[in-house]
Design a protein around this ligand. Structure first.
Ligand code: UT7
Length: 340
C-alpha cells in the first residue's frame, strides 16, 4: 500500500469504559564509560569528599565521541518495547524529552523513529529540561486519553557532557549521560481504585527564574551551543519548596495520603533534595529509588532510568503506586502518579 494513504495513527474505536494510559514497559541505556569523582578531581579544583557530601554522586556515565542522544534513546526504546512484548510496528508515536538534541532540527524523536525502523505515526521533542520526562508523560497520557494514539514511546535522553563547561567545578561534577524510556499504552478502565494507569500529571513553569539555570548559547542567541550555567544554591532553594508543593498537589488531586505511596521515583539531581522529599512523604529510604550516586544528574533521563532500574531488579510490582517528581531549568517542575 502507498504509505501516503496509511493512517498516521491507529483509529481509536470508542471503548465501553474510559480510555486511560498505563506504563506497559521499561527500558534504559547508559554509555559504557564511567567517570569517577577522583577522575574529575585530577583536572578540577574539587574532591570526591566534597561531591559526595553535597550531592551523593560517586560517578557518572559519559557518552563516547559520536554517541548521540538518539543512540541512547533508541537503545532504551528497544528495551522498553521488548519489556512490553511489543514490536516497533505497535508504536503510534514518540514523545522525547531532551535538552541535548542531536541537531537543532529535525527533532531527536524523528532520528529515534528512523533508528527503530518506524515509518508511521508522530515523533516530536519536548524541551522542559530536567522536568522533561514528566512533561512528556503528561502529553502522551493526554493524547492516549483523547484517543489520538494507543501506544506511545515516552523517552528522556541526554548527552549532558556536550553542554558542560569542563572548567566549571560548580556544574561539571553534577551531570551525566543516559536515556530511559517507557511504553505508554491505552487501557480501558472501569474506575476501580487498583487498576493500572497513570492517575494524574501536574505541570508548572515560571519563566521569571530562567536565569538561575540555563545554557548560555543557542541558535538564536549566539549561534553556538553554549554551556550550562547554574546558581546551585538558588535552584536548591526552589527545588525543596516547589517539589514539596507539587507532591501535595498530586496526592490531593487523587484523594490520596502520603502513606498510600509505595515508591518515590524522583528526579536525580541531589541526594539531599531526594532525602528531604522522602522524609516529607514519610517514606523509609528503601522506598525511594536512588540512582544519582551512579548516574549523577541525567536531566530528562533520570526518572525513566530510575524506573527501569527498579523494574529490572524486581522492586516495582504490579498494583503499586509510584510518585514521580522533577524540577529543572525554566524553572519548570511537575509530578506524576501512576498505578503499575
Ligand atoms: O536538575 C536540575 C535541578 N538542579 C538542582 O536541583 C541542583 C540544586 N543545587 C544543588 O544541588 C547544590 O546547590 C549544589 C550541589 C549545586 C551545590 O551545593 P551547595 O551546598 O549549595 O554549595 P554552594 O553552591 O553553596 O557552594 C559552596 C562552596 C562554594 O565555595 P565558597 O563560595 O563557600 O568558598 C563553592 O565555590 O562550594 C564551592 N564549590 C565546590 N567546591 C568543591 C562549588 N562546587 C564545588 C566543587 N568542589 N565541585
Amino acid at each position: 500500500m502507498d504509505s501516503i494513504s496509511e493512517p498516521s495513527v491507529v483509529p481509536v474505536v470508542a471503548a465501553p469504559g474510559l480510555v486511560r494510559s498505563r506504563i506497559a514497559g521499561f527500558g534504559g541505556a547508559l554509555p559504557d564509560r564511567i567517570v569517577t569523582n577522583d577522575d574529575l578531581a585530577a583536572s578540577l579544583d574539587t574532591s570526591h569528599e566534597w561531591i559526595m557530601e553535597r550531592t551523593g554522586i560517586r560517578e557518572r556515565r559519559i557518552a563516547a565521541p559520536g554517541e548521540l542522544s538518539s543512540d541512547l534513546a533508541a537503545a532504551a526504546a528497544r528495551g522498553a518495547l521488548a519489556d512490553a512484548g511489543l514490536g516497533a510496528e505497535a508504536v503510534d508515536g514518540i514523545v522525547l524529552a531532551t535538552s541535548t538534541p542531536d541537531r537543532t532540527y529535525p527533532a531527536t524523536a524523528v532520528a529515534v523513529q528512523a533508528k527503530l525502523g518506524i515509518t508511521r505515526g508522530f515523533a516530536f521533542d519536548i524541551a522542559a529540561v530536567c522536568t522533561g520526562f514528566i512533561y512528556a508523560l503528561a502529553v502522551a497520557d493526554a493524547m492516549i486519553r483523547s484517543g489520538a494514539a494507543r501506544t506511545i514511546l515516552v523517552i528522556g535522553a541526554e548527552v549532558n557532557s556536550r553542554i558542560l563547561d569542563w572548567t566549571d567545578r560548580g556544574t561539571a561534577v553534577l551531570f551525566g549521560d543516559g536515556a530511559g524510556a517507557v511504553v505508554l499504552r491505552a487501557v480501558d478502565t472501569h474506575g476501580g481504585a487498583g487498576e493500572a494507569r497513570v492517575l494524574s500529571t501536574h505541570l508548572h513553569a515560571d519563566g521569571r527564574h530562567a536565569d538561575i539555570l540555563l545554557v548560555d548559547g543557542g541558535p538564536g542567541l549566539t549561534g553556538t551551543v553554549g554551556h550550562v550555567r547554574m546558581q546551585g544554591r538558588e535552584v536548591f532553594r526552589h527545588a525543596v519548596s516547589k517539589l514539596a508543593a507539587v507532591v501535595d498537589e498530586a496526592l490531593a488531586a487523587n484523594g490520596l495520603r502520603q502513606g498510600d505511596v509505595d515508591w518515590l521515583v524522583p528526579h536525580q539531581a541531589n541526594l539531599r533534595i531526594i532525602d528531604a522529599l522522602g522524609r516529607k512523604l514519610g517514606l523509609p529510604p528503601e522506598r525511594v529509588v536512588v540512582t544519582v550516586d551512579r548516574h549523577a544528574n541525567t536531566s530528562a533521563a533520570s526518572i525513566p532510568l530510575a524506573l527501569w532500574e527498579a523494574h529490572t531488579d524486581g522492586r516495582l510490582k504490579p498494583g503499586q503506586l509510584v510518585l514521580m517528581e522533577a524540577i529543572g531549568g525554566g524553572l519548570t517542575w511537575g509530578a506524576a502518579l501512576a498505578r503499575l
